[in-house]
Design a protein around this ligand. Structure first.
Ligand SMILES: [Zn+2]
Length: 461
């Protein structure tokens, strides 16, 4: 046997082990059993899973039937074969919904994809599909196991079925000791309520969308309120900015602040382990790509659009699905010893980035770096209001944004974007979160054009 065959043999063995343990717990145990395998072994498992998925797809999903017989789709060819599959977007799903799922699917439930941009699509998920299969594994990695109390500051899934998101505000599960609070409104009154719940329930874990958790932490620090030492804080849904991490760590008295990345469509995809700034992902579940605007692979370390293929979705496969986020990969191995590779960084929604006419990106993280230099600015929103125009809405701590500061910022922005962007300035009094509790510090041109309003009152500068 050559090394490749040996790897495939190991992959099949692992797969059999998996089949022998049906159900979620079994799958988590399976993931734990492969997590320290070598990168090559893990990628061999991925090739095997990919082959099975792609064969199923061209055979059973009408949208892909034209590809039948055209590609080998064997484990040793799938890495090239998959590049022949079209990139999937929410717009394509909307247009071709009926041809994108298996007609015979009986157990499928409808889910609405996330849509910060206002675009969302319906996807089908079979209840037997291990789509959220990494959730339990990642939770256990962070120490979150059933019975350990947790406070969730995020919209419960049921919210997607409610007519009015604010109808679903609080949920509690005494068995799993999980308390969920909707982050839709985080005003003083709500924060006080949240704090009383926190004190009463004494959660060991805080889990939520990054910015609402940050607001809660800021409220605690501002009022000098008593807190418990958290075992960990798990954050996601937004680009992790340094200001978030610092404040949240102080408020909840822990260094274990883990960023994670996921979506309704496929559950948690990436998770920090505490040994690296990167996020582990599981190739046995997800095939990921980082590509440029023409959907060609970028080099490792270069930021590009993130495409995801979930290898376990069969009823309605999501192949090369464009999630509208930017990501940067790394080949570094993690200090924890896990063989699961790292995604160095997610840089917010693609629509959160300013994109120059040269197709260079400036993400919230870069804006934050640039704005950090100005101590008189409390917060900001950067809105791309034209092909080459950015309107900076500034919330000042004191004084005005001086001409010298404007010049310095312009220089910085143009350096990031490698393009002479025009900068306009406005002052604002507050920054309101979106209905889903997220705050957007950067609003991309697509969003601006689609009429997403920045609600805060503004006055000219
Ligand atoms: Zn690690």
């Amino acid at each position: 046997m050559n090394p490749y065959e040996m790897l495939m043999g190991a992959a099949v063995e692992a797969k059999r082990l998996l089949k022998g343990h049906a159900g979620k717990a079994g799958f988590t145990r399976y993931l734990e059993s492969i997590q320290y395998k070598s990168r090559d072994e893990i990628m061999a498992i991925q090739a095997w899973e990919m082959s099975a998925l792609l064969k199923h797809t061209v055979e059973n999903i009408p949208y892909y039937s034209y590809m039948k017989g055209g590609l080998r789709l064997e484990p040793d060819t799938v890495n090239e074969d998959i590049k022949e599959f079209p990139v999937m977007t929410k717009a394509i799903i909307k247009e071709n919904f009926d041809r994108l799922h298996d007609e015979t699917a009986k157990n499928a439930r409808r889910f609405k994809t996330g849509g910060t941009s206002g675009t969302s699509a319906i996807i089908l998920r079979d209840k037997n599909e291990e789509v959220h299969s990494a959730d339990e594994y990642f939770n256990r990695m962070a120490g979150v196991i059933p019975g350990r109390s947790r406070l969730m500051i995020r919209r419960p899934e049921s919210v997607y079925f409610a007519d009015n998101p604010s109808d679903v505000e609080y949920s509690s599960n005494m068995l799993s000791r999980t308390h969920g609070v909707s982050p839709a409104y985080m005003d003083k009154e709500r924060l006080a309520l949240l704090y009383s719940l926190y004190i009463k329930k004494h959660p060991r874990f805080i889990i939520g969308i990054t910015d609402p958790v940050y607001r809660f932490a800021q409220y605690i620090l501002d009022d000098n309120l008593k807190t418990y030492e958290a075992e960990a804080v798990l954050l996601g849904g937004q680009t992790m900015l340094p200001k978030y991490k610092k404040t949240i760590a102080r408020a909840f008295r822990t260094d274990r602040i883990y960023d994670r990345y996921g979506a309704t469509e496929f559950g948690i995809l990436g998770h920090q382990c505490g040994h690296s700034d990167g996020l582990h992902y599981i190739p046995a579940i997800h095939y990921v790509e980082v590509v440029d605007n023409d959907y060609k692979d970028v080099e490792t370390g270069v930021t590009g659009q993130f495409l995801v293929t979930n290898l376990h979705k069969r009823t309605m496969p999501l192949i090369r699905y464009r999630i509208d986020d930017l990501a940067t990969m790394t080949n570094e191995s993690c200090g924890c010893g896990r063989g699961f590779p790292l995604i160095r960084q997610f840089e917010g929604r693609r629509i959160e980035a300013v994109v120059s006419p040269k197709h260079t990106y400036m993400t919230p993280l870069s804006f934050y770096d640039a704005m950090e230099n100005f101590e008189n600015v409390a917060d900001f929103v950067a809105v791309q209001t034209g092909e080459s125009t950015v309107t900076m809405k500034l919330l000042m701590k004191h004084g005005a944004f001086t001409d010298l500061q404007r010049l310095a910022l312009r220089k910085d922005v143009n350096r990031y974007l490698d393009y002479p962007m025009k900068l306009e300035f406005e002052y604002i009094d507050s920054i309101d979160p979106l209905p889903n509790g997220k705050v957007m510090n950067v609003i991309g041109y697509e969003n601006y054009k689609s009429g997403m309003k920045h609600e805060a009152p503004s006055h000219g500068a």
